[in-house]
Design a binder for this molecule. Structure first.
Ligand code: ADP
Ligand code: ASP
Ligand code: MG
Length: 445
């Protein structure tokens, strides 16, 4: 049995393993610290802006196969990406047998999840050979229940004893298996979750998540140029931001490590000298600004309900929510006034059931007015520093008013950790810029 203390689990994202050059950087990082014993790998990502991720190529290829169309060329393109990496690294391995097996499974309808999972499977084979580490297939250890929900307890009970027997390993991210052993993936970006599971299984001292940015930035770098990095963020703050669309880390990657108090360090494979962002349980370190981060999502709809005296009508809210529940619709937020209430839902999920939901609400609560407003965005302003600071909501309002942005709703979470603002989709980017400006660029502390 190997020594199970001071272990670091390292996960590399798709861009960190997109080609041979990136493989070399990743390997240098792993080998620079003997505690970096368990490596979770993603499928090769984009090498340049217009490039296609292997995962997307696999989905497209499988979709063709499933329709009975010829997928030979699409599959060859995938093979080529791996073969190029193998030959440029000068590795003495061949994936020819694997490719044949996978192709035949495609032809036999092995499933979309199986297809997508092969991206991480093959890449991990290559990385294991390059590092001379053991390869461990998560299909036997990362388990989902009958209902398709990930089973953490079962997974840990299988994975820990396996990793205890092992000094160094590469484990593909993104997938596991169902009770009947068919392959199942997490949702997109799910290798982050695998990294967290492995960290939990070995009780790692640190989970390092290596990507293409130097940590979590205050907001999306595609919206604000060169946003300031966040040095320390709590699990709760991160969860709020990740859920609202800050794409760096999968929103479910927090849970496995959170209860065990294992910190996550987001790092940049292309700039390993940068310290990145530490994600911790509670931070004694005050955040540099009142806010820690800003994130948001577009494409939402508000179901606006008005009725005089709704506040005194027993069960009003429950009846509204039951109308959604009956139609399998989740809601994002529910800001309310005395005689008004709005339920914010995803537009795409709403449209197919919109009429049924509205009929149901009408039937159950007889509103005076009922309407659906589309093209809505939600922006979350998150920060543990907001608990102590006064006037945060006021500052957001004035920043948005100054930028001539109409605020459609504002909602403060009971934890005082976040303020949610609703604006129309076309104001989304401008609103984030305005909030960033007032709290970060012009903050005097
Ligand atoms: P990986 O392939 O390594 O898992 P992802 O593409 O999933 O990487 O996540 C990293 C990307 O997340 C960055 O390149 C950046 O474009 C995007 N991103 C969105 N919001 C943020 C943010 N607040 N901070 C940093 N990066 C962000
Ligand atoms: N390769 C998968 C995806 O593109 C999983 C991941 O990268 O984390 O979503
Ligand atoms: Mg990712």
């Amino acid at each position: 049995m190997s020594n199970m203390s001071n272990i670091k689990v390292v996960k590399f994202g798709g861009s960190s393993l997109a080609d041979a050059g990136q493989f070399r950087k990743a390997a240098d990082i792993v080998l620079a610290d003997p505690n970096r014993r368990f490596v979770v790998a993603s499928a090769p990502g984009k090498r340049f802006k217009e490039d296609i991720k292997i995962t997307d190529m696999l989905y497209a290829c499988y979709d063709k196969a499933a329709k009975g169309e010829d997928f030979t060329d699409d599959f060859s393109a995938i093979e080529n990406r791996y073969n190029e990496i193998i030959s440029e690294l000068g590795l003495d391995i061949s994936l020819a047998g694997e490719f044949e097996r996978i192709k035949s499974a495609f032809a036999h309808m092995a499933g979309r999840d199986y297809a997508a999972s092969r991206g991480e499977y093959l890449n991990s084979k290559v990385l294991a050979a390059f590092l001379d580490f053991e390869f461990i297939d998560p299909a036997g250890y990362v388990k989902f229940g009958e209902n398709g929900v990930f089973d953490l307890d079962k997974t840990i009970s299988l994975l820990r004893p396996r990793l205890e027997k092992c000094e160094h390993a590469v484990i593909p991210g993104f997938y596991g298996s169902m009770p009947n052993d068919t392959i199942r993936t997490f949702s997109r970006g799910g290798s982050d979750v695998t990294g967290s599971i492995v960290a939990r299984a070995v009780k790692a001292e640190l989970y390092e998540n290596w990507t293409d940015v130097s940590g979590f930035l205050i907001c999306d770098p595609r919206i604000v140029d060169d946003p300031a990095p966040i040095t320390t963020i709590t699990y709760r703050e991160l969860r709020e931001l990740a859920y609202m669309g800050a794409g760096v880390l999968h929103e479910d990657a927090i849970f496995p490590v959170r209860t065990a108090g294992i910190p996550i360090n987001i790092r940049n494979t292309n700039r390993p000298e940068d310290r990145g962002t530490m994600i911790v349980a509670e931070s004694s370190e005050a955040s540099k600004y009142v806010i820690t981060g800003i994130a948001g999502k577009k494409g939402l709809s508000a179901i606006n309900i008005e009725k005089d005296m709704m506040n005194s009508e027993l069960g009003f809210g429950r009846n509204v929510l039951r109308s959604l529940e009956k139609n399998g619709l989740n809601f994002e937020h529910m800001p309310s006034g005395i005689d008004t209430m709005s339920v914010i839902v995803g537009t795409e999920a709403l449209k197919p059931v919109q009429q049924q939901v509205l009929d149901e609400i009408t039937f159950r609560v007889h509103p005076d007015h009922l309407e659906v407003e589309d093209n809505l965005s939600l922006i979350a302003v998150v920060g543990r520093g907001m608990r102590k600071a006064r006037g945060t909501a006021g500052r957001i309002f004035s920043a948005l008013a100054h930028a001539k942005i109409n605020v459609k709703m504002i909602d403060q979470g009971s934890s005082e950790l976040n303020i949610i603002i609703g604006v129309s989709d076309e104001d989304f980017e401008a609103a984030i810029k305005a909030i960033y400006e007032i709290f970060v660029l012009t903050e005097v502390r």
